[in-house]
Each structure stands twice: as C-alpha cells, then as structure tokens.
Design a binder for this molecule. Structure first.
Ligand SMILES: Cc1cc2nc3c(=O)[nH]c(=O)nc-3n(C[C@H](O)[C@H](O)[C@H](O)COP(=O)(O)OP(=O)(O)OC[C@H]3O[C@@H](n4cnc5c(N)ncnc54)[C@H](O)[C@@H]3O)c2cc1C
Length: 411
C-alpha cells in the first residue's frame, strides 16, 4: 500500500538551496520532506558542475547551523584578500587597483571558496542522516492541493505527502512558481561565463582577483588544491556570447593562450586543467515570493549576474530568514504556512535581493564597456572607494554577505 507522510514543510528541489533549507529545518526538529526530480549522487561527479562558490560569512553560518559546514572538511579555501582592477593586466598603466584585506575588516577571511561538487558531497552525506527528514530523489511530485487548509503532494511511487508549507527551491525554471501564476521579469546579459580550473606556478596565498575587462569580468578565485598546495584557482571568465562561442571552440592550446592573455602574471605560468563549462548569463526576479502556503527560495525567486559571486549567497540568506520564521512558529505551536509568516519572509528578503540584483546589474553595465565617459566615472569611483575607509568598509561587509543597506548603516 502506498505510504502517507505528514510533515510541517515539503521542499521541492534539493539543489544547494533546497537541500540546505531541508537540513536546517530538520536539524531544528521540524518534520520535513525534500523532493528532487533528479538523482542526487550523480551531482557529485566532476563532470556535473564546474562552479566553485564564493561563500560569504553569513552563508557559512547558515551552512553551519544546517550541519553541512562541518562536513566540508578542509575544502573551504579562505579568501583573505580581494584585488579588483579595471582593465586587462599590462594593457594600460592603471593606478586603479583596489585591494581589500581581511584584517582591515577585522576578520580572518571575507569568505571561503567551496567547489560545487564538494558542497554536494557534504549535502548528500548529511541529508539521509538527519532524523525527521524524508528525502525523495529521483521523484516526480504532483500537487494535489494547496489551499488555506494545507498542501498535498503525490509522488510517482504513490507516496502521498501532506504539509503546512510548500517551499519551491527548483531553480530558475521553477514549475511551481509558474503554476502559482507568479510573474517573473527576466533579461539576458548577452554574455556567457566560461568556468575552469587552472594550475599556476606560485601559490595564490588566498587572494581573489577580479579584472574588469570591457567584455565582462574575469575572476580568479583561490581553491585549496590537492593536499592544500594553493596552486590551483578557479576562473570565471565572462565574454559577449559570440566571442565566448569562438573561444569555446578553440583547441586546448589556443584556449590556454587566450586565457593567459587575460589572466596576467600574478601567479607565474598558468595552465588550464580538467573540464571547462559555459553558462549563459541572465537575471530573473519573481514579482512575489509567496502564495497560499507557498514560498520561493534561491534561484526560483531571483537570479543575478555572477559578477560579485552572490547568487547562492542570496539563496542562503533566504534559507536563514525563512528557516528562522518556520522554526520559531513550529516551536511555538503556530502554523508555519500562515499568511503573516509568509508576508514577513517576503518583506525581509525581497527588497534585499532586489538591491543586490540592481547593484550587480549596475556593476556589470558600468564595467563591461570601453565607453570613455563611463570608464572615467568608474575609475573615479574606484579611486574614491580606495580613499574613503567608510565606503571601503561598506564594500567589504557586502562581500562578507551583509546586505548593502546593512553594510551602509554599519559603516
Ligand atoms: C558561472 C556562475 C558562477 C557562480 N558563482 C557563484 C558564486 O561564486 N557564489 C554564489 O553565491 N553564487 C554563484 N553563482 C550562482 C549559483 O550558482 C546559483 O545561485 C545556485 O546554484 C542556485 O541554487 P538553487 O538551489 O536555488 O537552484 P539550482 O542549483 O538550480 O537547483 C535546483 C534543484 O531543483 C531541482 N528541480 C527542478 N525542478 C524541480 C521540480 N519540479 N521538482 C523537484 N525538483 C526540481 C533540480 O533538479 C535541482 O537539483 C554562480 C552562477 C554562475 C552561472
């Protein structure tokens, strides 16, 4: 006979955001089910996802509370310095290199680089071990009911799940968001991000570098490497789509030559290693984050340009905010799917996410151009940031995962 399961919260999507949310709730004793249409173990394979995430301090706290951070072992690679420069290395003598040092912000690290694969391995190891958490993957869920009285789902193996709250963490193409009639606005940046790992002669010393090139940002991000030798970095290389297409088709030696031209000589000789990936870049914002007994989290609610490495960090902040509201409600015997709880979640997260979306959009537009007046404005801006400790602190606190507004208030 098909099983019936009653939980407080059902989460659709066990990507980094949905899986972390499920762990956070279950760790706090909230009965939870998480369902993904894809099998989880293949997500651990090196060919599944080449991304490495810059995890901000606030996200580290959420992962720790969810019991996931401890399972990452020595993989997180601290970022202790961020260097930002306008233009290609050696292209023009630019005085406009900004450096942010962790001690200036009175912290040991701004954040940590974590490979997507390692985050997946940690999540997969943790999910089945938490009491009160039911994991269904691969599984297809059909919505039977979502109204004032509750939520009902049927899985393709016949299992029926009832819940008080449905959380959609299905990524940008969220079917649940579409079925709820929540409109989205999206736009295409006409850019692709190429992602790969590189080996270099000299150790990176935990420095993250971002070159703002006319076609888009070129980021060099420190990875722990085999045995922690600090000679491996991740590259996120943004180009306009046609140029990305051309570069993508190059054979490995020519691809390496193009990469070296942009990389500069920070770490000595550089060689791309392993696979390369390409992601089309676009932005997305959901007009609402909630509906009857429904909340959107992560990329289902917002998608931003990776220029500042903040997309997943916003998702983890959604997890922290909604998690706190749900855990408090369940502990107090209140309804975790109540309308006022969902309104509080939307009020806390949507304006903050919109602000980050606007900031990353403006950064991309300001820096991905060779238009002389804009180049002058941004160079003046960079110089101003460098001379104004208060403003510099705002940028540092934003990189650590505090909202730009919160960072402004604290400065
Ligand atoms: C090049 C690049 C670099 C980036 N770098 C960074 C960075 O440094 N730092 C950072 O913070 N962010 C970064 N990001 C953003 C980050 O990758 C995303 O924000 C993040 O992956 C979103 O996670 P998610 O769990 O919300 O969605 P997803 O990762 O899309 O996961 C969605 C999950 O839902 C499942 N699913 C989908 N539909 C259904 C359904 N109907 N039912 C059940 N399951 C379903 C899918 O199988 C999947 O497992 C980067 C993005 C790009 C493109």
């Amino acid at each position: 006979m098909p099983a019936t399961l009653s939980v407080a919260v059902a989460v659709l999507g066990a990507g980094p955001v949905g899986a972390t949310f499920a762990c956070l709730l279950a760790e706090a004793g909230v009965p939870t089910a998480v369902i993904d249409r894809a099998a989880l173990p293949p997500m651990e394979l090196p060919e599944f996802d080449g991304r490495a995430y810059a995890i901000a301090r606030t996200s580290r706290d959420v992962l720790a509370e969810a019991g996931v951070w401890a399972r990452l072992g020595s993989n997180p690679c601290p970022i202790t310095r961020i260097r930002v420069s306008d233009g290609r290395p050696g292209e023009r003598a630019s005085p406009l290199t900004l450096t942010f040092d962790a001690p200036e912000a009175e912290v040991d690290a701004f954040g940590w680089m974590v490979e997507a694969r390692h985050l997946r391995i940690a999540l997969n190891a943790h999910l089945p071990r938490i009491p009160g958490l039911a994991v269904f993957a691969p599984a297809r869920a059909t919505l039977l009911q979502r109204d004032a009285t509750g939520v009902g789902l049927r899985l393709d193996d016949g299992t029926t799940i009832t819940a008080q709250l449905l959380v959609a963490a299905e990524g940008r193409e969220s079917a649940t968001r579409a079925a709820a009639g929540i409109p989205v606005t999206r736009w295409d940046y006409g850019q692709d991000a190429m992602v790969c790992a590189v080996r270099h002669d000299r150790p990176h010393e935990h420095v993250a570098i971002e070159h703002f090139l006319p076609a888009g940002p070129f980021a060099i991000l420190p990875l722990p490497g085999e045995g922690g030798d600090r000679r491996t970095s991740a590259v996120v290389w943004t180009e306009r789509r046609a140029e990305a297409e051309r570069i993508w088709r190059l054979d490995p030696p020519r691809f390496a030559r193009e990469l070296r031209r942009r990389f500069g000589d920070h770490w000595g000789a550089v060689t791309p290693v392993g696979l390369r990936w390409r992601y089309p870049l676009g932005a997305l914002l959901a007009h609402r984050y909630t509906d009857t007994r429904l909340a959107l989290v992560g990329d289902a609610a917002h998608g931003i340009h990776p220029i500042a490495g903040q997309g997943l960090n916003l998702g983890f902040r959604d997890v922290g905010a909604l998690g706190r509201l749900v855990i408090d409600a369940v502990r107090a015997g209140r309804d975790p799917g109540a309308r006022d709880l969902l309104a509080a979640y939307q009020a806390e997260r949507r304006p903050a996410n919109l602000l980050m979306l606007a900031a990353t959009d403006a950064l991309d537009r300001l820096f991905s151009t060779d238009f002389a007046p804009l180049r002058l404005i941004r160079d003046l801006g960079l110089a101003a940031v460098d001379r104004m400790p208060g403003l510099k602190r705002v940028f540092m606190r934003t990189a650590m995962g505090f909202s730009p507004l919160g960072a402004l208030r604290a400065a």
